[in-house]
Design a protein around this ligand. Sequence first.
Ligand code: HEM
Length: 174
Amino acid sequence: MAVLAFVRRWAQAEIALMVAAALLGVLVLTRPSGLYPWLKALHVIAVIAWMAGMLYLPRLFVYHCEAEPGSRQSETFKVMERRLLTIIINPAMVVTWAVGLWLAWDGDLFASGWLEAKLVLVLVLSAVHGLCVRWVREFGLDQNRNPQRFYRLINEVPTVLMIGIVILAVVKPF
Ligand code: HEM
């Protein structure tokens, strides 16, 4: 029963993704005038969702460290972490990257210094995202290996990266 429900949800997610990709494909190929600012708005919306998740998830890890493995509290944290990651953070990162790369291509911006520097910081942010996926998996198996202090420190990394990325994107200092 659980397997069936999982397969159905997976199929629904795949169909939704294909429809979204097809719609985006049509928009990108036909390039209607005035599309750029709309996609820039979509980029910023996705960035906000990605950052909100990346700022909140390590805080959940901090509190999860205090919960006894197997306790009700620990199980609740597992659900919160998994849902935050799969429903908000992962899709938001995909949209941020896809639309950001399209903006750079459409605006012929790949040679700009500010964008190159921004991409380095975004790659570091994406690596932290990848580590968060691993930590959610480890907490899910009650196999966390890091102390609470470690997650307190990690909690600051997305904030620092975000400040640098936004300054580069908005001020474009070089
Ligand atoms: C994932 C890779 C990313 C790429 C390829 C990318 C690329 C771009 C491009 C080409 C623009 C349009 C710039 C313009 O028209 O002036 C833009 C705008 C912007 N991006 Fe990104 N971006 C990425 C990720 C991010 C992230 C992670 C953040 C924030 C944490 C961010 C924040 C912004 C902001 C705030 C703007 C609006 C800038 C403005 O209009 O003044 N981007 N991005």
